[in-house]
Design a protein around this ligand. Structure first.
Ligand code: GDP
Length: 365
């Protein structure tokens, strides 16, 4: 399954954030944590649509969908040259599907900063430069090989060489491959290069508790936001320490706490939702049985593949998907009304499932 890796300099609050994630995850009754890698934290994806579906099509229980964060130890300057546990960190980043880049945006004299000052821009650039250098290294190695093969007029090698030539100057300037535009064909080639800077990224500004109600007032947050905007990336302001404290509270207590802080939704919930979308994931629902349940699929998947998320038999024996969008159910108020309005769709094997679809699969056993 897809995972988002938490990346950042030492002492910026990564472990604190990861603890909040695992604590929130430990509240979930249904998952066997003992079997999970200590660097992997599983979370439920908050989704208000589940409650609404359950109201309209009552079931015994509600089951959220889940996904994983991976904790990656701190990167230091020189990681690409093997400093710290450099190469190992970079390898760990290579395994994840998206990057959650945590940046220190709180002042606290009791918490040492690796470079002695709070400077979010310098922090971001330090990490991103290490990732660019590591990618440049991969590209150079690949270049040498592909160049030789391209001389034999091999079509694939020629196409790959063109992509490498497009990428290389950018990396030499410390840029990120994700900032380039590629054709569909080029995208496939880029995918095969497993570059660190081609992974989608989300910036998390770890702000002071006092800034939670209005992160915009923090100059540190602004710096992270401006940087993210240039990369077309999203930014989230979170107080990791506060999130860790409230992760252990029950839902009601947490709500009271958040209201007292002047925020409507926990930062962790926003982070989970943003990371889920960053990974290209989407949700469909099943209802009407014992449980109202959310399931994860990858955007762009067709109905049979999506059926396979529930059970491989569903994919093998796929006949049709009976589907209604959440918006239609919400509007019409009952399955009966949905049918009368002609909004219950019968979809075949080429149907591209949409986020929010409520589906009943028909299949041969
Ligand atoms: P990591 O090295 O990036 O994993 O950083 P840690 O999560 O271990 O945090 C480093 C130190 O910063 C710890 O002493 C934390 O308690 C503290 N810290 C983390 N987040 C916050 C925060 O939001 N506010 C404050 N004041 N301290 C924090």
């Amino acid at each position: 399954s897809l995972t988002a890796g938490i990346v950042g300099l030492p002492n910026v609050g990564k472990s604190t954030l990861f603890n909040a994630i695992t604590k929130a995850g430990a509240e979930m009754a249904n998952y066997p944590f003992a079997t999970i890698d200590p660097n992997v934290g599983m979370v439920e994806v908050p989704d208000a649509r589940l409650q609404r579906i359950d109201e309209l099509i009552p079931a015994k229980k509600i089951v959220h969908t889940t996904f994983e964060f991976t904790d990656i130890a701190g990167i230091v300057k020189g990681a690409s040259k093997g400093e710290g546990l450099g190469n190992k960190f970079l390898e760990n980043i290579r395994q994840v599907d998206a990057i959650v880049h945590v940046v220190r945006a709180f002042a606290d004299d009791n918490v040492t900063h690796v470079s002695g000052k709070i400077d979010p821009l310098d922090d971001i650039e330090t990490i991103n430069l290490e990732l660019s250098i590591a990618d440049l290294d991969s590209v150079n190695k690949r270049f040498a090989k592909v160049e030789k093969v391209a001389r034999t007029k091999d079509k694939e090698a020629i196409a790959e060489l063109a992509v490498l030539q497009k990428i290389k100057p950018l990396l030499e300037q410390g840029g990120a491959v994700r900032s380039l535009d590629f054709t569909k064909e080029e995208q496939q080639i880029v995918k095969g290069l497993f570059l660190l800077t081609s992974k989608p990224v989300l910036y998390v500004a770890n702000i002071a508790e006092d800034d939670m109600a209005d992160p915009e007032q923090s100059p540190y947050y602004q710096v992270v936001k401006d940087y993210a905007a240039k990369e077309n990336a999203e930014v989230i302001g979170i107080s990791a320490k506060t999130e860790e404290e409230i992760a252990e509270l029950g839902d009601d207590e947490r709500q009271v706490f958040l209201e007292a802080e002047g925020v409507s939704e926990s930062g962790l919930d926003r982070l989970i939702q943003a990371s889920y979308h960053l990974l290209g994931l989407a949700t469909f629902f099943t209802a009407g049985g014992v449980e109202t349940r959310a399931w994860t699929f990858k955007q762009g998947m067709k109905a049979p593949q999506v059926a396979g998320v529930i059970h491989s038999d569903f994919e093998r024996g796929f006949i049709k998907a009976e589907a209604v969008s959440f918006a239609d159910l919400d509007e019409h108020g009952s399955m009966q009304a949905v049918k009368e309005a002609g909004k219950l769709r019968l979809e075949g094997k080429d149907y591209v499932v949409q986020d929010g679809d409520i589906i009943e699969f028909r299949f041969n056993v």
